[in-house]
Design a protein around this ligand. Structure first.
Ligand SMILES: Nc1ncnc2c1ncn2[C@@H]1O[C@H](COP(=O)(O)OP(=O)(O)OP(=O)(O)O)[C@@H](O)[C@H]1O
Length: 427
């Protein structure tokens, strides 16, 4: 057994109610001429049966590499440490033959480009039937009937005609739906979908997301949905893990991530989202700057150079992921408490002409240590009683964004790709 992969011989079992997939302290490093590429620097999460976990972050944040590590699909040059347990069984270090069996049946992967998974020289029906026959002891006729059903479930029109066509006769969105149908035929316990809608336009994205929802419903599989777009996970995910420079920087239930983010990077991602409500439709606020290189990362928080809340401590010490709103919601930020205040969602809309170190309300931020600024109290709103938290009159400080009715789901007012931007109706 390799020292890098402890407990590689654990039995293939799990106690009821436990995670179907459990990732602990996963790191992936690639050698390069410039030095080690620290692509993944300590990812941990539990995926519960039937749960949908969104993994979100900008390009290069380590989303794909961490999932490829779970699937055992990294190039041989990659050095991987940590633990990936599927139903209690350690996958890291598993012989390729056994890993192939896990990939084929138990964990299905859907990539951005459907042609990665489809064979251009075989008809769709043949490819689907093969997947059904590989996992069920049925006749070819039954496999074809099931293939037709699966095409129907993922929303392929006229499946009886389409089943005898080749992949090149399908549009990109329809090919992706066929890939989802094949994943369902495998009857997996976990589906990992890596940017499944990125190459598609908004209307087609909605159809593919709907097909994913149907696949998840039909199979009861847990799902990891990887995307750079927080809008894609709205209405899809139960929980969201936000990654930056190879590390999780925030994880929590989807409502907490949308309404009460506690890491400035998450706030920045939310600010870059198109919104249906009038207030922010007027100005989308992209996060200034670019993500850092993950070769020779400097000390401190990797997001600090782009962060309007940064102080000296951020440049010295990388923050750990700590509970912020109960044990389920964790953030890695020295200043996460500052994001509890009204106006925190506007943290990136600082006047570009403001003096360096001025935050969204012209408050001094740079160089302060956490807790150092006694005057950085919640702003008092007109008519607000001294000591009263902003928003208290509407039921307390909820972190809820202005303009959003209480209890409204984020997918309801953000431009969910499942909705027609004009009418709000599903496509
Ligand atoms: N085979 C490889 N050799 C060296 N570096 C790699 C390799 N594969 C990925 N990387 C690097 O690892 C880092 C994380 O890449 P990864 O593909 O996981 O990012 P991502 O968040 O999925 O972004 P994207 O959405 O653009 O794929 C990047 O800096 C990338 O350049």
């Amino acid at each position: 057994m390799s020292a890098e992969y402890p407990d590689a011989a654990l039995p293939d079992s799990a106690s009821p109610g436990s995670a179907v997939l459990s990732v602990r302290d996963l790191t992936v490093t690639f050698p390069s001429d410039a030095g080690p590429v620290q692509a993944v620097r300590g990812v941990s999460y539990d995926l519960m049966p039937g749960e949908v976990l969104g993994i979100v972050g900008e390009s290069g944040s380590g989303k794909s590499v961490s999932s490829m590590a779970v699937m055992g699909l990294l190039p041989k040059t990659a050095r991987t440490t940590g633990s990936v347990r599927f139903r209690g069984r350690e996958l890291l270090g598993l012989p390729e033959k056994e890993m192939t069996a896990v990939r084929g049946k138990r964990i299905a992967m859907i990539f951005q480009d459907p042609m990665t998974s489809l064979n251009p020289v075989y008809k769709i029906g043949w490819q689907l039937s093969e997947a059904v026959l590989a996992h069920h002891d049925v006749s070819k006729e039954v496999a074809r009937k099931r293939s037709l059903e699966l095409l129907e479930i993922v929303g392929i029109p006229s499946p009886d005609k389409r089943i005898d066509q080749y992949p090149h006769e399908f549009s990109g969105g329809m090919r992706q739906r066929v890939v989802i149908a094949i994943a369902m035929a495998n009857d997996p316990d976990v589906i990992i979908a890596d940017e499944p809608t990125t190459a598609l336009d908004v209307t087609v994205q909605a159809q593919v997301l709907e097909a994913l929802r149907a696949a998840q419903h039909e199979t009861g599989a847990a799902m990891v949905l990887i995307t750079h777009d927080l809008g894609v996970v709205a209405g899809q995910a139960d929980r969201v893990l936000v990654m930056y420079a190879g590390k999780p920087v925030e994880i929590g239930p989807i409502d907490g991530i949308y309404y009460q983010p506690r890491m400035p990077y998450t706030v920045g991602l939310l600010g870059s989202l198109p919104r249906l409500d009038q207030r922010t439709q007027e100005k989308l606020t992209p996060i200034p700057g670019t993500p850092p290189s993950v070769v020779n990362l400097p000390p401190g928080c990797p997001f600090a150079p782009r962060c309007p809340l940064k102080s000296d401590v951020c440049l010295r010490t990388e923050p750990s992921l700590l509970p912020v709103l109960g044990a389920e919601h964790q953030a890695a930020c020295h200043h996460s408490d500052l994001l509890a205040y009204e106006g925190a969602m506007d943290v990136f809309s600082t006047d570009p002409n403001a003096a360096p170190g001025q935050g969204p309300q012209g408050e001094q931020h740079l160089g302060e240590e956490p807790g150092q600024s006694p005057d950085r109290a919640p702003r008092q709103e007109p008519g607000q009683a001294p000591g009263q938290e902003p928003g208290q009159e509407t039921g307390g400080t909820t972190g809820q964004e202005p303009g959003r009715p209480p209890g409204q789901h984020p997918g309801q007012d953000r431009r969910d790709p499942g909705q027609d931007p004009q009418s709000g109706a599903a496509q």
